[in-house]
Design a protein. Structure first.
Length: 302
């Protein structure tokens, strides 16, 4: 019997994955906390992607049905509240994928569910919401999924959808590489409210990027992580150039008065630096700047 996937976090990535799972023949249910959002979904009755409708169901998190397969795509800042809202519904050996930005939340989920089969994931897919539950797949990338402990056979089955999916035997390093790029780009774009490309065209911004990257490399080395073949700043500039006209998610969060994921990106880096006795003054400065911008912002809802 094909088991149902429940998706916790019905944002752009969560809904894109809902469509991908439906394309593989899985029944899919979105878990919604807000009754108003459930009403909006019920008025559409499906997720639309590239003019095609994908039939999924939706329910509130406090529904009693058991969950056997769970994809977590909430913002990392919402992980604790979101998972606690459904924890009693999870089967003992539930299969879980944590697909989020930053680091820290993955390990927290693993600690909370010691009997679960948990995989971590990282994606370079770009998607945005045109209207509620109506998506635009703006950039096709790769989703890498893996466990830091073992290989799960069920992960291989997820390679058969329309999204490009690869199993990753070193998912922790993959997540660290994405964290490193996010540390270099996102806080600066959020503070200066600029497009990614402006970071490499403005000498002051670029100098700050260089300082951030040097600190990130020191922490990664202490963690035993090899980031890239060349210097991080080269990779960060390459990404900024490729996405020159894009606004980072952190910049958009600040613009729309939403709490960012800074605590799981730069905050995680600074915490690991502290554990290793390293100083990261530039990253700490921008962590404080973003947290200052958080004042008077309501906590985001998953």
């Amino acid at each position: 019997m094909i088991q149902r996937w429940h998706i916790l976090g019905a944002g752009s990535i969560g809904c894109l994955w809902a469509c991908n799972l439906v394309s593989m023949g899985y029944p899919v249910t979105l878990l919604l906390r807000n009754p108003a959002k459930l009403d909006i979904f019920n008025s559409t009755g499906a997720i639309t992607l590239a003019e095609k409708r994908y039939s999924v169901s939706a329910e509130l998190t406090d529904t009693s049905t058991e969950i056997d397969q769970l994809l977590i795509t909430t913002k990392s800042t919402d992980t604790i509240t979101a998972l606690q809202s459904i924890k009693e519904r999870l089967s003992k050996n539930v299969k879980v994928i944590v697909l989020q930005n930053g680091l820290g939340s993955q390990q927290w989920v693993k600690d909370q569910l010691p009997d679960a089969e948990i995989a971590w994931a990282s994606t370079t897919d770009g998607v945005w919401t045109k209207t509620p539950f109506n998506l635009v797949h703006a950039g096709k990338g790769i989703t890498r999924i893996g466990s830091p402990i073992t290989r799960y056979a069920w992960v291989a089955a997820l390679e058969k959808g329309f999204l490009k999916v690869e199993q990753d035997d070193d998912i922790a390093a993959t997540l660290w590489r994405k964290l490193a790029i996010n540390c270099a780009i996102n806080p600066l774009t959020a503070v200066y409210q600029c497009k990614n490309g402006e970071l490499i065209n403005n000498p002051d911004y670029l100098a700050t990027m260089v300082a951030i990257c040097k600190e990130v490399e020191l922490v990664a080395e202490s963690e035993g992580i090899e980031l890239f073949d060349g210097p991080l700043i080269e990779q960060a500039c390459h990404v900024a150039e490729l996405t020159a006209e894009n606004y980072s998610s952190m910049m958009q969060d600040i613009q729309h008065q939403r709490i960012t994921e800074i605590s799981h990106i730069t905050g995680y880096l600074c915490e690991r630096a502290k554990q290793h006795g390293l100083h990261t003054p530039t990253n700490n400065t921008y962590l404080r700047k973003i947290k200052k911008l958080h004042e008077n912002i309501k906590t985001s809802a998953y």
